[in-house]
Design a protein around this ligand. Structure first.
Ligand SMILES: [Zn+2]
Length: 1173
C-alpha cells in the first residue's frame, strides 16, 4: 500500500548523491577539537599566532608620544588633587619600569601625550596603564574620570575625542595608590596581614590603537567556546558550538589573521550568536528573559585597607560606571551604603554630580536603604533601626526617593527581626547570597518569603549564580537556572555582576559577554535568556506582583537566616565589640536626657541633633560587615578606635549638657543631694553601687526614674556573708543563694528559695576553658566545630583572696594563668538579695563576675563554662527586639551547625519551673550543648590582623538563676546589667521627680513591654539637621517592643508632658494611624515580638492652638474672663497668661493635668471665677 510512491521519492532525492566515496572522513575526536580552541585565545606558546596578537594594531610609549613625571606624596598621605598639583610640588621625570612604594603610599603622575597623524582617525585609542595597583585618571583641571585596577584588570582608559587632535600635547594626571584591589597582602594569600613594604613597578603606560573587529571576535569566540565547553556533549547545541569555533579558527588561519578575515570570522560567529551582538539591539525583542543582569561593585567600607582608601575606591569605581553607563545604553548599575555616597559628595563633587545625573536618568540605582552594609548579628535593635533611618533619609534627601530593597549580599548571617524592620523602613524586599557559603548545609531556597519573629515578611532573593561579583560568564548565566532552587514557584533570578572592592565594578568586557549570551540564547536556545536595562526593583516588582495576586505561592522561611560559617566573628576584636555596645547605650541615654531637657523647656538648651547624628553615623559606620565582626586588618581597628574615641568624647559632653539642663550637677547649688538616674523604663531593682569608693544602696522612687542613694550603712545588719568554710573554699551567702567557690570555680550554687542545687555532681560552674582554634582558612572569621575536641580546663595560679567584705557585698578574686604570657583575674561578687534591700522586689539574686584579662595567645579560644542540671532541647538567646530559640542538641546537621551562636545581653536555659540566665556586658558568642552553657570570651586569630585582641580586656558576666520560666526578669536584668545608673547631684530631687515619671510604662502594663528608645522627631524644627524639610512643633518618638513573644498591652505615662496628638509611626516616623491618648497616657498594644513606634505631638508655645475651632473657644473664654489678657503662651509644663502690657498675671501650674487646650481654658475660667468669688 503506497510502497511504489515511496520508492519513487527515494530515487529522486538521491539522484545527485555521489555513487563513489571521494575520500575518507573521520569522526571528529571531540576533546581534541575542543582543547584546540585554547590555541586561539590563550596567552600560551601560540599567542603570537592567535587572536590576542591582533587585538591592537599600534602601540606607542616612547618620549615622543608619552612623557611621564611623578610627585611622591609624603608620609603615606593621600592628598587631594589641588594639593597634589600645587606649583611647588616638584614632578620628576619617570619611566616604565620604575618602582613606587611603599605600601599605602600615593604617587601622582603627570602624563603628557600626543598622537601621530595617522592615529587621529583610528577607531579607538586607549591609554593602557598598569602598575599592579589602583589608580585614578584625572583631567588636567581636576576632574576624576575613571579608575584603574592593575594586574591586567581594567588597565585601559579610552582616550576621548577631544584628546585626539594631531600633534598636540595633552595632559592628564594619574593618582597611584600603592595597594592592589585587595590591599597589600604579602603573597598570594590575600587575608594575611599586609606587607608594609611593597613596591609596584610601572609596567605599562602605552597608547594603543584597538582593532575593534579583533576585540569583538575575542568575545564572540569566548562565549561560543564556553558553549562548546559547558553545554553537555549530549546536546546538539554543544556540538554546533564546537563546529562554529573550529570554523572560525580555520578561517583565521586561512586568512592569515588579516583584517578582512577577522570580519569573515565574525560573520561565522553570527551563526551562533545572531546578528545583533554589537549593540544593545540584541536585547530589543519580546522574548521572555529569566535572568535580569544588574551591574554592581561590592565595596567593602573597610577590610584589607583603611577607610581612607575606601573613599578613593568609591570615586574610582563609580566614575568607571558613569563612563560605562554613557557608552552602553543597556547597562544599569546599583550601589548601596549611604555613607559611601556621602563620602563621594564631600570629597569628589564632580564624580558625585555625574552619579546624580545618572540617578536622575534612571541608570545608576541607589539601593539598600541602610547607612552601610552592616553586620546584623551584633548591632542592637535600635542600631538596626538607625541603619535604616540614616540610610533612607540620606537617599531621600539627595535623590528624592527611598530604597525599596534591602541589600546585604555579603553580611555574615541575618537577624530574625530584619523582615519586620525592613517593612517598617519602607522596604518589602531583601537581597543576599552569603548563605551559599554555608559549609555544612545547602540553603534550600532561591526566592522565598522570609518571615520575622512577629510574622512580618519580605520577599527574599538569593542570586542562584551564588555571587554578587559575577564575571558575567556564560557559566554565571547558565548557573542562574541550574542552581535555582525555587523553580517550582518562579524561575527568574538576578545576576549581579561586576568586580568588587578595587575591581571597580562591571567592565566593558562583562557587558560585551552578556550581549553575546543573550544573542546565543535567542539564536540557539539552551542558555537561559538574560536581559539588561532593568533595575533590581523592576525584578522584585514582578515577584511581588506574583505573590500579591496569588499567581505564585512562594515558600516561607521563618526566623533567622543563620550563616553556617564565620562563627568566630561573634568574638573576634573584643574591644571593638565592647565599644559598639557601650556607644549604643550611651546614645540611648543621651537621647533620653536630651529629649527630656528640650520638652521640659530647659532654658537655652537645644536638642543636640548634630552631635547625636555625628555619633550615630560613626557607630553605624563601625558596624560595617567586616569592622564589627572583626575581619579587618589592624589599620581598620586603629581607624575605628579613633572614631569610638570621638563618639565617647562627644557623648560624655552631650550627656553632661543634658543633665545640667535638667538641673543636675549644678555646681553653684548648695546642699545638693546624690541621686541615681535610671534611664530604663521600669523601676530598677535596688542594688549596691559604688560611688567614690563608698558603697551606696540605690532605691527607686516608684513611678519615677529617680533613685535615691543611701549609704549602705543604713542597715546595721549584714545582708550577705562570706566565710572560708574549709581551706581555700569560700562560701558566699545571701537570702537567695549559697555559693561555694574553690579556686575561682563554683562547686555549689544553691537556690535557697527553690531548695535546688544548680551545679551538677562534679560540675564546675565558671570554669575557664581554652581551645585550640585553627579553622580551615578564614582565621578571624571562623571557628570550626572540631575546636571543641581540644577543650582544656585552666587552673588557678594562686590562692583566692577576699577583695570585698561589707555588709552588702562580698567578693573574692582568683588569678588564673592562661599561659606564661597570659592571665585572667576573675572576681566573683554576691550582693545583698534584692528582696532584702527592697521588700517589693520580685527579682532573685545574681552572681556577678568581673574579669581582667591579659591576653597574648596564638590561635586559642577562651571561654567560660556553666554546666547546669537543666534539661531542654532548646535554649533562648536575646536578639534584637526579641528572643531566638536554638537547639541544644546535634540531631541533624542543621542543629549541629549552630554549635556557636550569637546572643546579645543574655542567654537562657530553662526547663519547667526553673531556669538559668547568663548575662554579659560586651560579648556576643555563646553555645549551649546539652545542659552545658558556654560564654565565648576571647580569640587569637593572626589574620588578617596579626595582633587581634592582644592585650588587656575587661569583661563582666553574671549568673542569674530563676524560679519559673524565662520572663521579663531576665530581659530586665540584661538591661540593668548593661545600662548604668547615672549618678548625679540635684539640689531638690523631688522637684524633678514628676518630670522623670514621664515616658514610662504604667505598672499595670504587660511586663513584656520594653520602652526602648525615647528621642525627638527627626524633622522637628528645633532639632532638624536640614536634610529634610522641618516640621512644625515638638515631637517625641517612643519605640516599644514586646520582648517575650505575646500580645502585650500597656500605657505610657506622660507625667507632666502635654501631648495634643499621637500617632503610631514607622521607623522613618511616617504616620501610620492615630494613637489613643487615654486618661493615663498613651495606650499601646503590640503583637508578639512587634516593634512599635509612636510619635507624640507636644503642646508647646502656639503649637496646639492652630485648630481654628479650638482657638475660637479659647478666645471666647478669654474675652469673657474678668482679666483682659493680651496673649497667652503655653509651655509643656505650665501655662502663662499675660496682660496686654506684657506682664505676667498668673502661673497656673496646678492645671498641668489638662489634656487639651479647650479643657485647660475651661479650667482657667473656673479658677478665675473661684478667685474672684
Ligand atoms: Zn563585603
Amino acid at each position: 500500500m503506497g510502497g511504489d510512491k515511496n520508492r519513487n521519492m527515494a530515487l529522486q532525492s538521491t539522484a545527485t548523491y555521489p555513487q563513489l566515496a571521494v575520500r575518507p572522513v573521520g569522526k571528529q575526536i571531540h576533546q581534541l577539537y575542543r582543547d584546540r580552541l585554547g590555541q586561539f585565545t590563550d596567552n600560551g606558546q601560540y599567542k603570537e599566532q592567535g587572536l590576542l596578537a591582533k587585538l591592537y594594531d599600534g602601540r606607542l610609549n616612547g618620549e615622543e608620544n608619552v612623557k611621564l613625571s611623578v610627585w611622591d606624596a609624603p608620609d603615606l598621605t593621600r592628598p587631594t588633587f589641588d594639593e597634589a598639583t600645587k606649583r611647588s610640588n616638584e614632578y620628576r621625570k619617570t619611566k616604565i619600569g620604575e618602582s613606587f612604594g611603599p605600601s599605602w603610599s600615593t604617587h601622582w603622575f603627570k602624563v603628557q601625550f600626543k598622537l601621530p597623524y595617522d592615529w587621529t582617525y583610528k577607531p579607538q585609542v586607549e591609554l593602557h596603564w598598569d602598575a599592579n595597583n589602583e589608580g585614578l585618571v584625572w583631567t588636567h583641571d581636576g576632574r576624576p574620570l575613571q579608575g584603574l585596577t592593575g594586574g591586567g584588570e581594567r588597565v585601559e582608559w579610552v582616550v576621548p575625542k577631544e584628546y585626539r587632535d594631531y600633534d598636540k600635547w595633552h595632559t592628564i594626571y594619574i593618582e597611584m595608590a600603592c595597594n592592589g584591589m585587595f590591599g597589600n597582602a604579602p603573597g598570594g594569600d590575600s587575608i594575611q596581614p599586609p606587607n608594609p613594604n611593597k613596591y609596584f613597578a610601572l609596567g605599562q603606560a602605552d597608547l594603543v590603537s584597538v582593532n575593534l573587529d579583533a576585540r569583538g571576535l575575542f568575545y564572540d569566540f569566548w562565549i561560543i567556546g564556553d558553549a562548546a565547553r559547558e553545554f553537555g556533549q549530549d546536546s546538539w547545541e554543544e556540538h554546533q558550538a564546537l563546529q562554529v569555533c573550529n570554523e572560525i579558527m580555520d578561517c583565521f588561519i586561512t586568512g592569515e589573521g588579516s583584517n578582512s578575515c577577522l570580519k569573515d570570522c565574525r560573520e561565522i560567529a553570527k551563526k551562533y550568536l545572531g546578528d545583533d551582538v554589537d549593540s544593545a539591539k540584541v536585547y530589543d525583542n519580546d522574548n521572555e528573559a529569566l535572568i535580569s543582569g544588574i551591574g554592581h561593585c561590592h565595596i567593602d567600607t573597610c577590610w584589607l585597607w583603611p577607610w581612607a582608601e575606601t573613599k578613593r575606591k568609591i570615586a574610582r569605581s563609580w566614575s568607571n560606571q558613569c563612563d560605562l553607563l554613557d557608552r552602553y545604553p543597556e547597562h544599569r548599575f546599583c550601589a548601596s551604603q549611604a555613607q559611601q555616597y556621602k563620602w563621594l559628595e564631600q570629597l569628589y563633587p564632580y564624580a558625585y554630580d555625574r552619579v546624580k545625573t545618572h540617578v536622575k536618568k534612571g541608570t545608576f540605582h541607589p539601593i539598600g536603604g541602610s547607612w552601610v552594609e552592616h553586620d546584623t548579628n551584633m548591632p542592637s535593635g535600635e542600631s538596626l533601626v538607625r541603619q535604616f533611618v540614616y540610610g533612607q533619609r540620606y537617599f531621600e534627601s539627595r535623590f528624592g526617593e527611598r530604597c525599596k530593597t534591602f541589600w546585604l549580599p555579603d553580611t555574615f548571617g541575618y537577624s530574625t527581626q530584619l523582615p519586620q524592620l525592613c517593612r517598617l523602613a519602607g522596604m518589602t524586599r531583601f537581597f543576599t547570597q552569603k548563605l551559599s557559603w554555608n559549609n555544612i548545609n545547602n540553603f534550600p531556597h532561591t526566592t522565598f518569603n522570609w518571615v520575622s519573629l512577629d510574622g512580618s515578611q519580605v520577599i527574599c532573593h538569593m542570586a542562584p549564580a551564588e555571587t554578587y561579583t559575577a564575571e558575567a560568564h556564560f557559566g554565571d548565566v547558565n548557573r542562574s537556572v541550574t542552581q535555582h532552587k525555587s523553580m517550582d514557584q518562579d524561575p527568574t533570578s538576578l545576576l549581579v555582576f561586576g568586580k568588587g572592592d578595587g575591581g571597580g565594578g562591571p567592565t566593558f568586557g562583562h557587558i560585551e559577554k552578556l550581549r553575546r549570551c543573550r544573542g546565543l540564547a535567542d539564536k540557539i536556545g539552551k542558555l537561559p535568556r538574560v536581559t539588561m536595562g532593568e533595575s533590581v526593583d523592576d525584578f522584585f516588582d514582578r515577584l511581588e506582583k506574583k505573590a500579591t495576586d496569588g499567581t505564585v505561592d512562594f515558600v516561607t522561611w521563618y526566623g533567622e537566616l543563620y550563616f553556617e560559617l564565620h562563627r568566630g566573628t561573634y568574638t573576634t576584636q573584643a574591644n571593638n565589640k565592647r565599644n559598639n555596645r557601650k556607644s549604643e547605650i550611651l546614645l540611648h541615654d543621651i537621647e533620653y536626657f536630651a529629649t527630656l531637657a528640650t520638652v521640659s523647656g530647659a532654658k537655652g538648651y537645644k536638642y543636640p541633633k548634630k552631635g547625636i547624628d555625628a555619633m550615630w553615623e560613626n557607630v553605624l559606620l563601625c558596624q560595617f560587615h567586616d569592622c564589627l565582626p572583626g575581619s579587618c586588618i589592624e589599620m581598620c581597628y586603629d581607624d575605628s578606635n579613633e572614631l569610638y574615641a570621638k563618639v565617647f568624647f562627644t557623648g560624655e559632653q552631650l550627656l553632661a549638657d543634658a543633665l545640667e539642663a535638667l538641673g543636675f550637677n549644678d555646681k553653684t547649688a548648695k546642699n545638693s543631694q546624690d541621686v541615681g538616674i535610671n534611664t530604663l523604663g521600669w523601676d530598677r531593682q535596688s542594688s549596691i553601687i559604688t560611688v567614690e569608693d563608698t558603697n551606696k544602696i540605690t532605691s527607686g522612687v516608684t513611678n519615677s526614674r529617680l533613685m535615691y542613694l543611701d549609704p549602705s550603712e543604713r542597715s546595721a545588719l549584714p545582708l550577705v556573708f562570706l566565710t572560708e568554710a574549709e581551706a581555700g573554699v569560700y562560701v558566699l551567702e545571701n537570702a537567695d543563694l549559697r555559693v561555694a567557690v574553690k579556686d575561682g570555680v563554683i562547686t555549689s550554687l544553691y537556690d535557697r528559695n527553690a531548695k535546688r542545687e544548680l551545679v551538677p555532681k562534679g560540675g564546675k560552674v565558671n570554669q575557664l576553658v581554652i581551645f585550640d582554634d585553627k579553622p580551615l582558612y578564614w582565621q578571624a572569621w571562623d571557628v570550626e566545630v572540631f575546636h571543641l575536641n581540644s577543650r582544656k580546663e585552666l587552673k588557678a595560679a594562686s590562692p583566692t583572696t577576699i577583695s570585698e567584705n561589707t555588709p552588702h557585698r562580698v567578693s573574692i578574686s582568683t588569678l588564673t594563668n592562661i599561659s606564661d604570657k597570659s592571665w585572667i583575674r576573675t572576681t566573683i561578687s554576691l550582693s545583698a538579695a534584692p528582696s532584702t534591700l527592697d521588700s517589693s522586689s520580685k527579682r532573685s539574686s545574681q552572681l556577678e563576675v568581673s574579669a581582667e584579662v591579659e591576653w597574648h595567645e596564638t590561635m586559642k579560644f577562651l571561654k567560660v563554662e556553666f554546666p547546669t542540671n537543666i534539661v531542654n532541647t532548646e535554649a533562648s538567646y536575646e536578639t534584637q527586639f526579641g528572643i531566638v530559640r536554638r537547639p541544644t542538641h546535634y540531631n541533624t546537621s542543621w542543629d549541629m551547625a549552630k554549635f556557636e551562636v550569637c546572643c546579645h545581653k543574655w542567654a537562657d536555659l530553662s526547663e519547667h519551673g526553673y531556669g538559668l540566665s547568663i548575662l554579659n556586658d560586651s560579648k556576643y558568642g555563646f553555645a549551649t550543648c546539652g545542659s552545658l552553657m558556654r560564654l565565648s570570651l576571647l580569640r587569637a586569630p593572626k589574620a588578617p590582623d596579626a595582633h587581634a585582641d592582644m592585650g588587656k580586656h575587661h569583661i563582666n558576666w553574671a549568673i542569674l538563676p530563676h524560679v519559673g520560666a524565662l520572663d521579663d526578669r531576665t530581659v530586665r536584668a540584661g538591661y540593668e546589667f548593661n545600662y548604668p545608673v547615672h549618678v548625679a547631684t540635684h539640689p531638690e530631687p523631688r522637684t524633678i521627680q514628676h518630670l522623670l515619671s514621664a515616658f514610662r510604662l504604667t505598672p499595670d502594663s504587660s511586663n513584656s513591654l520594653v520602652l526602648d528608645t525615647i528621642k525627638r522627631g527627626e524633622d522637628d524644627e528645633d532639632a532638624s539637621n536640614g536634610d529634610m524639610p522641618a516640621k512644625k512643633g515638638k515631637h517625641v518618638i517612643l519605640r516599644i517592643y514586646d520582648s517575650l513573644g505575646g500580645t502585650s498591652r500597656g500605657t505610657v505615662n506622660l507625667g507632666p508632658i502635654k501631648v495634643s496628638k499621637a500617632w503610631k509611626v514607622n521607623l522613618l516616623e511616617d504616620e501610620l494611624e492615630e494613637a489613643v491618648l487615654g486618661k493615663n497616657g498613651l495606650e499601646v498594644e503590640l503583637r508578639a515580638f512587634e516593634v512599635g513606634s509612636w510619635k507624640l505631638l507636644l503642646v508647646t508655645k502656639h503649637a496646639e492652638i492652630h485648630d481654628v475651632d479650638e482657638r475660637k473657644a479659647a478666645l471666647h473664654t478669654f474675652s469673657s474672663a474678668e482679666t483682659t489678657v493680651g496673649h497667652f503662651e503655653m509651655e509643656t509644663m505650665w501655662f502663662l497668661a499675660f496682660n496686654e502690657d506684657g506682664t505676667k498675671i498668673k502661673v497656673l501650674t496646678e492645671l498641668v493635668d489638662s489634656r487639651s487646650v479647650a479643657e485647660l481654658f475651661v479650667k482657667i475660667e473656673a479658677k478665675k471665677k473661684e478667685s474672684a468669688a
